[in-house]
Design a protein around this ligand. Structure first.
Ligand SMILES: Cc1ncc(COP(=O)(O)O)c(C=O)c1O
Length: 377
């Protein structure tokens, strides 16, 4: 059986260090807002390339804390609009709606599955305050055009970097060339959900930014809005990273570039061996680092049949995501929207196993199995 993601094996590859780090916290008697958190926040800010990192409880909170921070700082007010790709995971959208803001969905480019830069300007209104880009599947979504639109219309650029730890923007003609996602805009939300490239052993998240005012505001809001202790200028929430997760993440952070490169090697095998008709990955050598392959998607009209066919061969796959946010039951107010590219992607996407613990032989076996399937009938 080839698991979609063998988290047990991923943890096992650093077991000794992880266990020692967790034990150290257990024995320290200090479990929140302590040294392990400070060390991780510093290390992660350095890794991403921002001056501030604020740990929080999860990736959804990270995005919501950024928006709550901007509301508190009067950069936004309730009812304002945030542009977001239509084909994202529900959490990107929930972060917006949970803050009393309005998501405005923009279709992705079908080839890259990232927000289509050419469709953004027509979605901007006098109420637009930010563009939230999502580096979906681990691929950099930033483009020069998006950066320019933010400047031109005075919009905040928020990155949802839940799926792309370590990814870089690769464009030699840009001053941002080589910078990591999470440092390209005004603020970024990161998730360390266990299945992510940089995964904790439970829930955890972080906000990165170069804006000290926003970082201080986010930190206070995540701690009941208190600053200093027991003095509340704003109604906050309880959203903090715990010391054990921070200590574990500091261990795993040391290996993330290596593990992402391992994912790229597997992706390259898929790219070379999969039928071109279902594999839309661009594997440009000079841009290699613009994708950390959190997910390796293929697209097939007979997706459900393909998934069953692979399951019968012992290959576990997943779908990211079967129902786009605007079609979810929780959002009847968006059901009237027609977003055909997003809807087509949701009907045809299938995610193949990819992780630092998949072997080359397993990837070849999976590619061979797909070649045996009558995918283009
Ligand atoms: C694109 C995206 N945004 C946000 C999140 C939310 O992160 P979390 O599960 O840590 O709340 C996730 C992952 O779950 C995600 O994939």
């Amino acid at each position: 059986m080839i698991h979609f993601l063998d988290i047990h094996a991923v943890t096992d590859s650093h077991a000794e260090e992880i266990e020692a780090a967790a034990l150290k916290v257990v024995r320290s008697g200090w479990y929140l807002r302590g040294k392990a958190t400070q060390e991780f926040e510093q290390a992660y800010a350095t890794f991403i390339g921002t001056s501030h990192c604020v740990g929080c409880a999860n990736g959804l909170d990270a995005l919501a804390l950024i928006l709550k921070g901007y509301l508190q700082l009067k950069v936004m007010e309730p009812g304002d609009e945030i542009i977001v790709p239509a084909n994202t995971f529900i959490a990107s959208v929930l972060s917006i709606t949970n803050c009393g803001l309005k998501p405005v969905f923009v279709e992705p480019d079908e080839k890259t599955q990232q927000i289509d830069e050419t469709l953004i300007e027509q979605a901007i209104t006098p109420h637009t305050r930010a563009i939230m880009i999502v580096h979906l599947y681990g691929r950099c979504a930033y483009t020069e055009a998006i950066g320019k639109l933010c400047k031109q219309y005075n919009l905040k650029l928020i990155e949802d970097n839940a799926q792309a730890h370590g990814c870089r923007y690769m464009n030699e003609s840009s001053p941002l060339h080589g910078k990591r996602t999470g440092s390209l805009g005004d603020a970024a939300g990161h998730s360390f959900y266990p299945g992510k490239n940089l995964g904790a052993l439970g829930d955890a998240g972080a906000v990165t930014t170069n804006d000290k005012n926003l970082a201080d505001t986010v930190r206070a809001i995540g701690n009941y809005g208190m600053e200093p202790k027991y003095y509340c200028h704003t109604q906050g929430v309880n959203s903090r990273i715990d010391e054990i997760q921070a200590a574990i993440l500091s261990v795993k952070l040391k290996y993330i570039d290596e593990e992402n490169e391992r994912r790229r090697q597997i992706a390259e095998i898929y790219h070379r061996n999969l039928p071109k008709g279902i594999c839309r990955m661009n594997f440009d050598g000079t841009k290699r680092q613009d994708n950390v392959f959190h997910i390796f998607p293929v697209f097939c009209k007979k997706r459900d049949e393909l998934q069953k066919f692979l399951a019968a061969k012992g290959i576990e796959t997943q779908i990211h995501y079967p129902v786009p946010p605007h079609k979810q039951q929780c959002f009847p107010q968006f059901h009237h929207l027609s977003l055909p590219i997003t809807e087509r992607l949701a009907q045809t996407e299938l995610s193949l196993p990819i992780s630092p613990v998949i072997t080359e032989n397993e990837a070849l076996f999976i590619a061979e199995a797909i070649n045996d399937f009558q995918w283009n009938d």
